[in-house]
Design a protein around this ligand. Structure first.
Ligand code: GLY
Ligand code: MN
Ligand code: MN
Length: 449
């Protein structure tokens, strides 16, 4: 693994203490509002496949990962009492069937009182005795793993923690820059495999090799889509043979570092100048939207504004005609661009709290007609979000326009031209700043190119 991603990273070590202070302060506030004295954060339990004795890939509780970069440590607990050093109950089973988690090491360890346990029920002895003053945070399919704590994931606390997670600490930003860099290196390898005429499966392998991830380590299933497959928004099949005619390549793939994700999309043409020009135009549009990201902006406005910009591109490309407002109102832009402009990004690819108006849990609904928008908040400094406009030929949606006022605004012959290329999406990860923004993805490509 690249040294930058190791547990001995000096830069991350310098930032981690302040990160933990922020995490503690958020929990202090959440505990106070919930009327509790201790938070017990459970890492999670692996899930067995139905009727089988094999486990699904383990996905740690994101609340746990927010405390420490421990993405592969089931049956473990962080016990936090305001004012005290957090206790990490670190489960290291005596198990000769599986690899056992190593002795804890790395930049984060000095900040915890670490108690290694070999049996999962030994953890009970490290929890506060007064269970009534505890809240437990995590997924408890088996209640006994909460060791008698009855208040599990109380809304008061969870809403506070989720709302706060929208804003990243300096440590989180540093980790996410590394995740962006790792993903960018994967994208370069994938583009090279595409230029070499490889099928989707081999492009995927080239990506995984470059980022040094197994499939379960990827933050989400890679979208490696040649030709028409680019129109399937979550295309995760991997054709084993290359198409005879390679026209286009849409790749939506990320990487993770210490549990934090990047989420990056690029689209490439393979010689067709008209399609290449449309990609260039969409890139210009994407960068313009990114340039509008700053603290105080309502993300719903960015999304609706993007529809207006896409309307202009549809007209320029000869895919539609009419006034932008008409193309929005009649549903033409939504048929070509049916997903949200983006979402919060962090430990989860679609990070929590995107619809939260406040820490009390009030919700800001997506604008009417835009149900899939995952981020509706007013942007704050150090939020990290994606900007990912796209246009696609999705016949299921375009056919719905037939027989409506929209039908006459679509140039169906141009749609027929675009269909074999699938679609175009360009996605960057962006940090919100005062009056400006930081493009984590473009900066990462500049570093690795
Ligand atoms: N890769 C999932 C997304 O872009 O939201
Ligand atoms: Mn995304
Ligand atoms: Mn994506």
């Amino acid at each position: 693994m690249n040294a930058n991603y190791s547990d001995n990273n000096a830069a991350l070590s310098a930032l981690y203490g302040a990160h933990l202070d922020t995490v503690k302060a958020r929990h202090d506030h959440a505990l106070e509002q919930a009327g509790a004295s201790h938070a017990v954060i459970f890492s999670g339990a692996p899930k067995l496949a139905f009727l089988d004795d094999y486990y699904h890939p383990f996905k740690a509780n994101p609340h746990f990962v927010g405390w420490a970069p421990l993405t592969a440590l089931p049956y473990s607990y962080i016990v936090y009492t305001p004012g005290e050093t957090p206790v990490l109950v670190y489960y290291q089973p005596r198990d000769y069937w599986h690899v056992v988690p190593d002795i804890p090491s790395g930049y984060w360890t000095d900040h915890f009182d670490i108690r290694v346990v070999n049996e999962s029920d030994e953890a009970a002895g490290h929890l506060p005795e007064d269970r009534e003053k505890c809240i437990a945070i995590g997924e408890f399919d088996d209640d006994t793993l909460a060791f008698g704590i009855e208040r599990i994931n109380p809304n008061t606390a969870i809403n506070i923690l989720h709302f706060a997670r929208g804003v990243k600490t300096e440590y989180e930003l540093a980790v996410m820059r590394l995740a962006a860099e790792r993903g960018a290196a994967g994208h370069l390898a994938a583009e090279a495999a595409f230029r070499d005429g490889q099928p989707e499966f081999e492009i995927h392998r080239a990506y995984c090799q470059a980022v040094s991830h197994t499939d379960p380590e990827l933050p989400y299933g890679n979208i490696i889509a040649l030709n028409e497959h680019g129109a399937v928004l979550h295309y995760t099949d991997l054709d084993r043979t290359a198409p005879a005619d390679m026209r286009s390549f849409l790749i939506d793939a990320g990487a993770q570092v210490h549990g934090y994700a990047s989420d990056i999309t690029r689209t490439y043409a393979n010689g067709d100048q008209r399609f290449a020009d449309l990609i260039a135009r969409m890139e210009q549009l994407e960068l313009e939207i990114v340039s509008n990201v700053e603290a105080g902006v309502d993300y719903r406005d960015l999304h609706v504004g993007a529809h207006g910009m896409i309307a202009a591109v549809l007209v320029e490309a000869g895919l539609a005609h009419g006034e932008p407002d008409t193309l929005l109102e009649t549903g033409v832009t939504s048929a070509f661009f049916p997903h949200g402009l983006g979402h919060l990004l962090g430990i989860q690819v679609h990070d929590v709290g995107g619809h939260q108006q406040d820490e009390a849990g009030n919700i800001i609904d997506p604008p009417s007609g835009h149900p899939f928008l995952r981020l509706t908040r007013v942007l704050e400094e150090d939020m990290v979000l994606t900007i990912e406009p796209g246009i696609y030929v999705i016949d299921m949606l375009l056919e719905n326009l037939r027989g409506t006022p929209a039908e006459s605004h679509v140039n169906w012959e141009t749609v027929d031209w675009l269909r074999p290329f699938g679609g175009i999406r360009i996605e960057d990860d962006v940090r919100v700043m005062a009056g400006t923004q930081e493009n984590l993805t473009r900066d990462a490509f500049a570093r690795v190119s």
